[in-house]
Design a protein around this ligand. Structure first.
Ligand SMILES: [Zn+2]
Ligand SMILES: [Zn+2]
Length: 359
């Protein structure tokens, strides 16, 4: 990313934090959390601590970082190195990304971009760029409606596991749009605060359906109306209703039940008790969209509400992009195009290295 693009992005983010720092959701036990950020230009700065929200807001305006993070853990001494921090517990966190959910439409809207010659094309990325023969080819995705809805479906499944299987109070589950193509959940429940990575791994495996087996389920003494048994029985009842030959309890059926019920969470996030996690109410570094609280999944439109940057028009050069939708507006497709578009759309593309600032 060239310096002009960096300074354009920094300016847009700074203006946002100057005007809208009220959108930042300050964590509980703030003084015991570790904060970190990635500046435009790269490099991660960690082990920071802020005593109050005023200190944090001032730093956001001053640095205008690309991404801002806060630990899921609380520590006695958050600014020290990891083994000296004095870990006191961590919120249970989950990450569901659109990329991890297999949707049939994916291939239809895959595209690629060459970081060397700045050209691109549709479909899966070639081994070498057909234009410059370089290898800096990156696979890109824009999400379609189908992908976005499938992602929401997995969030609903996760909430179902948390409430029904783990007995979490709905009030303790906070859902967020990640600011890019997924969702985060943060669980505040005293019972899990001090859970070690092993316990969190077991929870993650359970939610992902790892180890569920229909044959074992038959013999298990577990109650039919609980957990995976309940999900399997619902699935079997529905299958029996549409197919008079009762389905055979084989591995294929087990896999179908898992695919229909498991939530595709990123296990490495949930098991990490020292994670610095994107801070709610801050901008995503690759999109300029807000990581924001989602009160109603049904009503939430990830291509609308998180668009918080200025709509003021700016002239930029876009190297390449298939069409995409933001804030109810259709943009693109672009191919070496000089365009006048709102700042939020320019940031969306430039933050991914897809364009340049004019003059
Ligand atoms: Zn190339
Ligand atoms: Zn799709």
């Amino acid at each position: 990313m060239d310096e002009k693009v960096e300074s354009f992005l920094r300016k847009a983010y700074r203006e946002h934090y100057f005007k809208h720092h009220d959108l930042v959701e300050v964590p509980s036990k703030m003084a015991s959390r570790e904060f970190g950020y990635i500046p435009f230009g790269g490099g991660m700065i960690r082990h920071l601590s802020f005593k109050n929200q005023g200190e944090l807001f001032a730093e956001l305006v001053k640095q205008a970082p690309s991404s801002v993070y806060c630990s899921n853990a609380v520590y006695e001494r958050p600014t020290l190195q990891m083994d000296e921090k004095g870990w006191r517990g961590a919120d249970l966190i989950f990450d569901i990304d659109a990329d991890s959910i297999p949707t049939p439409c994916k291939a239809a809207h895959a595209w690629w971009f060459c970081g060397d010659c700045h050209r691109g094309g549709t479909g899966n990325k070639p081994g070498r760029c057909p234009f410059c023969r370089g290898q800096a080819v990156e696979q890109m995705h824009w999400s379609c409606r189908e992908c976005l809805n499938a992602t929401k479906e997995h969030v609903k499944r996760l909430v179902d596991f948390l409430q029904d299987d783990f007995g979490v109070d709905p009030q303790g589950i906070r859902l967020y749009f990640s600011g890019n193509r997924g969702y985060h959940a943060q669980v505040q429940d005293e019972r899990f605060e001090t859970a070690d990575p092993q316990i969190r791994t077991e929870m993650a495996n359970y939610i992902r359906g790892t180890g569920f087996n229909l044959k074992a389920q038959d013999r298990a003494s577990g109650r039919a109306e609980l957990g995976w048994n309940r999900r399997a029985n619902l699935y079997l009842a529905a299958a029996a209703a549409t197919d008079s030959a009762y389905p055979k309890r084989n591995q294929k059926l087990t896999n179908q039940i898992i695919a229909a019920n498991a939530a595709s969470i990123d296990e490495s996030v949930t098991t990490d008790i020292h994670r610095v996690f994107r801070m709610p109410g801050t901008l995503h570094g690759s999109s300029g969209l807000l990581k924001m609280r989602v009160e109603s999944l049904e009503k939430f439109d990830p291509q609308k509400q998180p668009v918080v940057l200025s709509g003021e028009a700016v002239t930029v050069k876009i190297y390449y992009s298939p069409e995409f939708f933001l804030n109810g507006v259709r943009f693109g497709p672009y191919d070496s195009s000089t365009v006048k578009i709102p700042i939020y759309a320019a940031v969306y593309l430039l933050a991914r290295g897809l364009g340049a600032v004019i003059n």
